[in-house]
Write a protein that binds this ligand. Structure first.
Ligand SMILES: NC(=O)c1ccc[n+]([C@@H]2O[C@H](COP(=O)([O-])OP(=O)(O)OC[C@H]3O[C@@H](n4cnc5c(N)ncnc54)[C@H](OP(=O)(O)O)[C@@H]3O)[C@@H](O)[C@H]2O)c1
Length: 182
């Protein structure tokens, strides 16, 4: 994506241009207002709680829904007011909604919601705006954290996942889930 001017943001703002909390509508709107004109939004954050279904509390469910699901939906819902004509939103889901593992039920359920969201909302987007999701398996860079939970999975390099984001931003696809699996 070197041909683009990239503006970065995270919750802490460390190594980024701006701060944002995707669980806060005010924070999302404040960022869009500060940034000014932009053509694409790429989101790669969405905190999830991990627990067995019988042990997961409502609070853990709501935390995951607020972060991974509503946080991303709000990036699109509010962002469509500000993004340029023919702009694009690219969200993140994750492989557990098609290849579930123990402890992943909240991640799997909200990843499925994001995949469904992009497929359906694409029909409603104004001004030629596109919306896609990247659905990767575990990244090589995260294997140390998740590997023990994921026997039989093959991690993929983050560089490949980046390529899927690039296809979404620089291509013409909309309403698509781009899987990156090994
Ligand atoms: N890692 C993988 O292999 C993998 C594979 C498939 C899907 N995914 C999905 O990708 C997403 C990110 O996973 P990850 O492993 O990269 O997580 P991570 O390492 O914990 O990354 C978290 C990043 O998200 C930012 N962040 C967290 N909550 C935020 C919020 N409310 N508002 C704004 N920024 C926030 C953090 O910013 P600060 O550091 O500034 O707090 C940090 O930069 C998750 O939804 C995950 O399910 C990950």
């Amino acid at each position: 994506m070197s041909k683009h001017k990239i503006i970065s943001a995270s919750r802490s703002g460390i190594d980024c241009d701006y701060t944002i909390d995707i669980t806060s509508e005010e924070s999302i709107r404040a960022l869009y207002k500060q940034v000014g004109a932009f053509d694409a939004v790429v989101n790669a954050v969405g905190f999830c709680e991990y627990a067995n279904f019988v042990e997961m509390t409502e609070e853990q469910w709501l935390t995951t829904i607020l972060n991974k699901m509503m946080g991303q939906i709000n990036l699109v819902r509010i962002g469509q007011e500000y993004i340029a004509d023919n702009g694009s939103f690219t969200l993140i889901s994750g492989i557990f909604n098609v290849k579930p593992i123990p402890l992943s039920i909240a991640d799997a359920t909200t990843s499925g919601a994001i995949d469904t969201f992009v497929k359906c909302v694409a029909y409603e987007m104004p001004r030629g705006i596109r919306v896609n999701a990247i659905n990767p398996t575990v990244l090589e860079e995260a294997w140390e954290v998740y590997g023990d939970m994921m026997p039989g999975f093959q991690p993929v390099p983050g560089r490949l996942v980046g390529k899927a984001f690039e296809r979404s931003v620089d291509g013409f696809l909309t309403g698509q889930v781009l899987f990156v699996d090994a």
